[in-house]
Design a protein around this ligand. Structure first.
Ligand SMILES: Cc1ncc(COP(=O)(O)O)c(C=O)c1O
Length: 387
């Protein structure tokens, strides 16, 4: 759909998100929606119960602008326990309306018009829009199929004197890539050498099956130049709650807070209590959540392979990427638009996450964060797909 003529020029081309288009298609055709990444079952009952109790206990007015103390202290304890990263709960933590607001506020606060932001493609779609809103320029380095590795020289070349921010998403949507320590060391070295700020999106930090999530802020020289962002929605299967946060030095938090206070000011008061309880759950609960999702990833991957798709490796997140060329097709957008009619399944064309349209065209992303019976049903439908 063409953009409205009223839309400012810097946002022309952003139109309707691909998720909205594909989810509407799923509803219109009664298809199984493996497009948008939301779970179809609730997370830990302790988390739900704590939010319900907070509503009943009258925590229904504006929470403090930086987030309730219970959640800020839980975030600090979480960063220390999982990553040995120490933060001050009053000066170095900011609770936000999901990771989405944290990313938007950080980019708006830290980028001057004309600054450059280096990120990897495929990229989560809000990055491009928020970089554009900030009047900054996006410079992408490609994660290359089939293993989603990147060329270190390409990363080095993408950094110019105008580069202000390196924006890293790991574990990575849509590929499922988990950046390894060697890659993070290289990224950290370049950030330090070129005096860049880093913004990291770690919303899938606990949903890793192969390898280990390592925050960029733990790398040498990075703690004080990184805005580390995460949220509770993915980990605790409550994507509708939109409780996110960021951790950074007091100066960086101050800058981002200035923007954040005029975007939403605050959100999700009672849900903040729920996420505070969630972050304090024992390690065994987090491992159980990851193991359950791993089983779903495996089940979906097998189903996709049986349907003739080339399944690309996914070490974490809610997603599995595929290459449709094994089906003799090359246009992922056309494939996804026809899939509901052909077999009653909705997926997302990865081209929406690429600047390099040729590279993204044959790739299609499927969400694995659904109940096993739903995945089995989708796999069955895909196997019967009319060619
Ligand atoms: C990589 C990535 N970052 C951020 C978000 C948004 O997180 P939130 O719902 O906490 O705003 C998502 C949601 O799909 C995501 O996949």
């Amino acid at each position: 759909m063409a953009d409205s003529p009223y839309l400012v020029s810097r946002l022309q081309g952003f139109g309707t998100t691909i998720f909205a288009e594909m989810s509407a298609l799923a509803v219109a055709t009664g298809s199984i929606n493996l497009g948008q990444g939301f779970p179809d079952a609730d997370g830990p009952p302790e988390v739900m119960d704590a939010a319900v109790a907070a509503i009943r206990d009258g925590h229904n007015q504006y929470p403090p602008g930086i987030g309730i103390p219970e959640l800020r202290h839980a975030i600090v304890a979480h960063q220390a326990k999982w990553y040995s990263l120490e933060y001050d709960a009053d000066a170095e933590v900011l609770v936000t309306a999901g990771a989405t607001e944290a990313i938007a506020a950080a980019l708006l606060a830290l980028c001057e018009p004309g600054d450059e932001v280096v990120t990897f493609e495929p990229y989560y779609d809000s990055y491009a829009a928020c970089i554009a809103m900030a009047g900054a320029r996006r410079c992408v380095v490609q994660l290359r199929t089939p293993d989603f590795s990147f060329d270190p020289d390409a990363l080095e070349r993408a950094i110019t004197p105008r580069t202000r921010v390196l924006l890293l998403n790991s574990p990575h949507n849509p590929t499922g890539k988990v950046f390894d320590v060697e890659e993070l060391e290289l990224i950290a070295r370049l950030c330090v050498e070129h005096d860049l700020l880093a913004i990291t999106d770690e919303v899938y930090e606990h949903l890793v099956f192969d390898g280990k999530h390592v925050p960029l802020a733990t790398m040498p020289g990075m703690r004080d130049r990184t805005v580390t962002i995460s949220s509770g929605g993915k980990t605790f299967s409550c994507t509708g709650w939109k409780v996110g946060w960021l951790c950074a030095t007091p100066e960086l938090v101050d800058a981002v807070k200035t923007v954040k206070q005029f975007l939403t000011y605050v959100n999700g008061g009672p849900f903040q209590y729920g996420i505070a309880v969630g972050l304090g759950l024992p390690g065994s609960t987090f491992r159980r959540l990851a193991a359950a999702l791993e089983e779903k990833r495996d089940r979906l991957s097998a189903g996709l392979a049986a349907a003739g798709l080339t399944v690309l490796p996914s070490a974490g997140t809610y997603f599995v990427s595929t290459d449709i060329r094994s089906l003799g097709e090359t246009d992922g957008m056309a494939f996804c638009r026809s899939l509901p009619e052909r077999c009653g399944v909705v997926a997302v064309p990865s081209i929406a996450f690429y600047d390099d349209k040729d590279a993204g065209s044959p790739l299609v992303r499927f969400a694995c964060c659904k109940r096993l019976e739903v995945i089995d049903d989708a796999a069955e439908r895909l196997r019967g797909m009319a060619r």
